[in-house]
Design a protein around this ligand. Structure first.
Ligand code: FES
Length: 132
């Protein structure tokens, strides 16, 4: 049987980056996938529209762990406008692809990050929420 996951996915499943919580997070967002019941929480420290630090906790499948892990690497140090350009396809591409039936797992991380931007801008930064 051929391996359905790329070497990068396997690496992130076995060695997930930025796992845990952040005591000094100023944005905490959750996302869930109703189709499987899995759930993800991001703890994020945002300063001046830049992600200074991010960690995550998850109850999910291997693909969800890998996509959340690489998503933290992709957004670390990035501006919130850059975060809004990240979607499920880009996360999957960064992992050298995901099986089609696992694409919904990467959507969980992307939607949570977009919600984090909206939460920060609508509360802490006092800006209007972006129309998506
Ligand atoms: Fe639930 Fe992957 S099967 S997030």
């Amino acid at each position: 049987m051929s391996e359905p996951y790329s070497a990068k996915v396997v690496d992130h499943v076995h060695n997930p980056r930025n796992v845990g919580s952040l005591d000094d997070a100023n944005v905490v967002v959750q996302a869930g996938d109703p189709s499987c019941g899995d759930a993800l929480v991001f703890f994020i420290k945002i300063e001046n529209e830049v992600i200074r630090d991010i960690k995550f906790l998850i109850k999910g499948c291997g693909a969800a762990i890998a996509t959340s892990s690489i998503a933290t690497e992709l957004v670390m140090g990035k501006t919130l406008d850059e975060v809004l350009t990240l979607d499920d396809q880009k996360i999957a591409t960064a992992l050298d692809g995901l099986p089609e039936e696992k694409m919904h797992c990467s959507n969980m991380a992307a939607s949570a990050l977009h919600a984090a931007v909206a939460q920060y801008r609508s509360t802490i930064a006092g800006k209007t929420m972006p129309v998506s």
